[in-house]
Design a protein around this ligand. Structure first.
Ligand SMILES: [Zn+2]
Length: 125
């Protein structure tokens, strides 16, 4: 199996519902996101996926969220915009896009979201 990983970042506001503590009030984070892809076959150029194509996949997701209040954007109008749920959102969005781009040759292995330098959440299936 081959794996490739790319990191990117975005800034956004959020608050957590059904939660008591600092995160129940609106505030912002400089989020970092790491996506790792996995696949058994390389393309004709010897790549699992060109890094620039993976960055493009991530950019499509990030452009929806960057400098927004996450609680006002689907699915986070209902789903809490926790680091865990953000990680799953990136996973699902990127996987759906990759199915189209690579015809199922490459899948997302896992997604990590940094809410701060010291706190991360990971989603994998
Ligand atoms: Zn927060």
């Amino acid at each position: 199996m081959y794996e490739v990983t790319v990191e990117d970042s975005f800034a956004a506001g959020h608050y957590l519902r059904n939660y008591r503590g600092k995160c129940e009030n609106p505030h912002g984070h400089n989020y970092k996101v790491r996506v790792t892809l996995r696949g058994a076959e390389l393309d004709k150029a010897g790549l699992l996926l060109d890094f620039k194509d993976l960055k493009e996949v991530m950019k499509r997701v990030i452009d929806r969220l960057d400098h927004q209040m996450l609680n006002e954007i689907e699915p986070f109008t209902v789903l809490n915009p926790s680091a865990e749920n953000l990680a799953r959102y990136f996973y699902e969005q990127a996987n759906t896009r990759l199915k189209t781009v690579t015809s199922g040759r490459v899948n997302v292995k896992d997604v990590t979201i940094w809410e701060t330098d010291a706190t991360t959440a990971l989603y994998t299936e």
